[in-house]
Design a protein around this ligand. Structure first.
Ligand code: NAD
Ligand code: WQD
Length: 351
């Protein structure tokens, strides 16, 4: 058990989707900073067991309500119960790009509906601060003079309903902030979150066949998959494979604490602020495989296959604004990040 820091209640943060991958890591960092936390989650893509992991790390349990953020009454009841909520971090959403192409209506209903409902309930209870989970996917494939990509890079037509829900949600937040000067928002555009808490008590729990690269790597290394398929090595990159900005999920979680701190402490901030959250370093798929092998001492079986439809060639962040304004930097070495992912995989597979 981790010795809890000198916990003293500062204020309460509502974390929607807080038993999910990024949400659970953020709850840990919030609680270790001293915030009270209430999680709301409908467990559509996570397990209630995550609460045990959070509790073991932090030393006490967050409040939890199993509700759907699209349900006004249920969400309203949470705000009636916890009258000390000063801010919300909104992670709750469906996030599988491929699934969104097959089930667009479910994605629009869930991702748009949950945000609109949340903003309505926040307004009713005069809770002014929201941090919103967005994605670098809003940039599409930046052109060369916008790489690395900063917050001024153009938003391009979304390549999936999922990506479109992020763009629409950002616009909803901006429109509501224009109409209601009492709303303050921080939009965080994540690049590619990977890894797991160093305790290996929480991590990414993808349902079914993983879509993302790292869970596929660790499941292959664990022998659950015969090999990794590398989707293309004929891109216009140094080794032909796609380049991404892989950011440690704990570093990403810490950025959320910095964002909440800023919203509560800094008064002369813009009403809506946008930050790219990445390391500033792009890594190719083949490089990541090599780094994983170096971090774990394992040999990863993989084959090069054709490109995956919808993949962009290369994107990585220019994180200068987040570094300077939030006083935050994603600086965990990639091999430590990959080792954390492997430690988590061994934990859940009891290897
Ligand atoms: P996740 O699926 O692990 O977590 C999302 C959580 O929200 C889950 O626990 C799920 O049960 C819950 N949820 C979904 N719809 C809900 C609803 N209507 N009401 C209540 N709970 C609901 O996903 P994640 O990787 O932690 O992503 C969190 C957020 O970050 C999402 O908004 C996602 O779009 C965004 N994001 C993720 C990535 C990534 O690569 N993981 C990258 C960029 C942005
Ligand atoms: C990374 C690279 C693949 C799996 C997605 C969403 C994005 C965000 C993050 C939510 C790509 C390659 C992957 C595999 C592979 N999610 N790959 N073999 O596509 O950058 O972003 O997750 O917001 O919106 O689009 O991440 O991990 O799927 O892929 O070669 O088995 O790994 O081609 O180049 P991606 P990813």
């Amino acid at each position: 058990m981790f010795t809890p820091l000198n916990y003293s209640s500062m204020a309460r943060i509502l974390v929607t989707g807080g038993t999910g991958y990024i949400g659970s890591h953020t709850v840990v960092e919030l609680m270790q900073k001293g915030y009270d936390v209430t999680i709301v989650d409908n467990l559509s893509n996570s397990s209630i067991d995550v609460l045990d992991g959070i509790t073991e790390i932090v030393g006490h349990k967050p409040e939890f309500a199993n509700i759907d953020c699209c349900n006004f009454m249920d969400l309203d009841n949470v705000f009636r119960q916890f009258t000390d909520i000063v801010g919300v971090i909104h992670f709750a959403a469906s996030k599988a790009v491929g699934e969104s192409v097959e089930k667009p209506l479910m994605y629009y209903r869930n991702n748009i509906g949950s945000l609109v409902t949340l903003l309505e309930v926040m307004k009713l209870h005069q809770v002014p601060n929201i941090v919103f989970s967005s994605s670098c996917t809003v940039y599409g494939q930046p052109d060369n003079d916008h790489l690395p990509v900063d917050e001024t890079a153009p938003i391009q037509k979304a390549l999936s309903p999922y990506g479109n829900t992020k763009q629409i949600n950002e616009e909803i937040i901006c429109d509501e902030a224009h109409a209601d000067k009492g709303l303050h928002a921080t939009i965080l555009r994540y690049f590619n979150p990977i890894g797991a808490h160093p305790s290996a008590l929480i991590g990414e729990l993808p349902n079914g066949v993983p879509q993302n690269l790292l869970p596929f790597i660790t499941q292959t290394a664990a022998g659950l998959r015969p090999e990794l398929k590398v989707f293309g090595n004929d891109y216009n990159t140094p080794d032909g494979s796609c380049i991404r900005d892989y950011i440690y999920v704990v570093d990403l979680a810490k950025a959320h604490v910095k964002a909440i701190d800023r919203m509560l402490e800094v008064k002369d901030r813009d009403q809506v602020e946008v930050f790219n959250l990445g390391t500033g370093t792009g890594l190719s798929v083949l490089t990541l495989i090599n780094e994983f092998e170096a971090a774990t001492g394992l040999k990863l079986p993989y084959t090069i296959v054709g490109r995956r439809e919808g993949d962009i060639e290369q994107v990585w962040a220019a994180p200068k604004k987040a570094n300077e304004v939030l006083g935050w930097k994603a600086d965990t070495p990639i091999r430590d990040v990959l080792a954390s992912a492997w430690k988590w995989e061994k934990h859940i597979r009891k290897l």
